[in-house]
Ligand binder design. Sequence first.
Ligand code: ZN
Length: 49
Amino acid sequence: MTKCPDCGSAVMRHQACSICGKYKGKVIINLEAKTVKKTKAKKSEKKAE
Ligand SMILES: [Zn+2]
C-alpha cells in the first residue's frame, strides 16, 4: 500500500486512487463523468414532478 499524493488516502501500488481517480499525478479514473450522470439524474427527477 502507498499513499495517494493528492488526497492522502491509502492506495494500492500501481493502481489509480479510488478516491480522487489519480495515479502519479494524472487523472486515470474520470470521476467527473460520474458527477455529470448524477446531475442529469437529479434534473430528470425535477421533470417528473
Ligand atoms: Zn487520491
